[in-house]
Design a protein around this ligand. Structure first.
Ligand code: TA6
Length: 272
C-alpha cells in the first residue's frame, strides 16, 4: 500500500493506494471519506454540505463512533472519537493505522485508552478494523460503531439482504422490539434500526450494483436512512441527499464492552 499526505477541503488526509483501489482518510475522526475500485466508481457517500472545520463531525464516509453510540449514555451523541484529530501511525501489515489516545476526561469519560483504526484494501475490498485498549488501572465500558455511509443511486431501489430472522430495536418507533420477517430490508421513510446478534454476511443491493458486507467482533448492525422529512432538518445534508445513501453500520451497541486494565477489544467491517 502506498500512502500520501494530502489536503481535502482544507482538512489533512491520507490517500491510500493499492493496485486495485484508492481510499481517502481524514485525520479528523480517522474517517474514511472515499473508496474507489479500479472502475473509478465511488462506493461511499459524502454529503455535499459536509462541514470541514476541524471540529464538527464530517457527514459521510465511515465515522468512528466511540466510546458511546447515539445518546445511550451521558456523553455527547456518538461519543467524541469522530470529533478528534487522530494521528497517522504508518503502514503495518499492508494496512494504514491511525491512532487516538488520551483519557477522555475533557469529554466526561475519564478513562485512559488507546484506539487504533486499521484500514486495508485487500483485493476488491475495503477493510476497517477498530481496536480499543484499556491503558489505565480500572475497568471501563463503551459502545462503538463504524457508521458507514454507503452510496446508492436511489434509496427507493436499494435493499439489504441477510437480516431475515434477526430481532431489531426500532428507534423510529420508541425503541420497540421487532423481528425481521421479510427477506430484504427496504427503505420507505425514516429508517433507524438496531439489529442484534447478526452473524450472516449482508449485501446491499442497489439496482445493478451489489456490495457485500461482513463484520467480526461487532455484534449489532445499525441500518439508518433519514428519509425526506428528517433529512430536511439535518443542516449538513442537502434536501435530496437522503436518496443517495444507506448507512449499514457495524456496531457494538446493545451490549457494552467492558475492558479491564491491559485488555483489548477489536471489531472489523469488510465491504466489497
Ligand atoms: O446510527 C444511526 C443514528 O444514530 C441515527 O439515529 C441518526 O441520528 C444518525 O445516527 C446520525 O447521527 P448524527 O449525530 O451523525 O447526526
Amino acid at each position: 500500500m502506498q500512502t500520501e499526505s494530502v489536503s481535502f477541503r482544507g482538512t489533512p488526509c491520507i490517500r491510500l493506494q493499492t493496485e486495485g483501489a484508492t481510499a481517502l482518510v481524514s485525520l479528523h475522526g480517522a474517517q474514511v471519506l472515499s473508496w474507489r475500485l479500479a472502475d473509478g466508481r465511488e462506493r461511499l457517500f459524502l454529503s455535499e454540505r459536509a462541514v470541514f472545520d476541524g471540529n464538527t463531525a464530517i457527514r459521510g464516509g465511515i465515522p468512528v463512533i466511540f466510546p458511546q453510540f447515539g445518546e445511550r449514555g451521558l456523553l455527547r451523541k456518538h461519543g467524541f472519537a469522530r470529533n478528534r484529530s487522530w494521528t497517522f501511525a504508518g503502514v503495518e501489515g499492508g494496512q494504514a493505522v491511525l491512532a487516538l489516545s488520551g483519557d477522555g476526561s475533557d469529554a466526561g469519560w475519564p478513562h485512559p485508552f488507546l484506539a487504533r483504526l486499521r484500514i486495508g484494501l485487500p483485493g476488491e475490498r475495503l477493510q476497517v478494523a477498530l481496536e480499543i485498549g484499556n491503558t489505565g488501572t480500572t475497568p471501563f465500558a463503551f459502545t462503538a460503531a463504524l457508521h458507514s455511509y454507503l452510496r446508492v443511486d436511489d434509496i427507493a431501489h436499494a435493499a439489504i439482504e441477510g437480516l431475515q430472522g434477526c430481532d431489531f430495536e426500532d428507534s423510529v418507533n420508541g425503541d420497540t422490539l421487532h423481528r425481521q420477517h421479510d427477506y430484504e430490508v427496504t427503505f420507505d421513510g425514516e429508517t433507524d434500526r438496531i439489529y442484534n446478534d447478526v452473524v450472516a454476511p449482508l449485501a446491499l443491493l442497489d439496482g445493478a450494483h451489489r456490495l457485500d458486507i461482513e463484520q467480526d467482533g461487532f455484534g449489532d448492525v445499525v441500518v439508518w436512512n433519514p428519509g425526506e422529512h428528517l433529512c430536511a432538518r439535518i443542516a449538513d445534508l442537502a434536501s435530496d441527499e437522503w436518496r443517495r445513501f444507506a448507512c449499514v453500520e457495524a456496531g457494538q451497541v446493545l451490549q457494552p464492552v467492558v475492558l479491564g486494565p491491559g485488555e483489548r477489544w477489536s471489531g472489523v467491517q469488510r465491504l466489497g
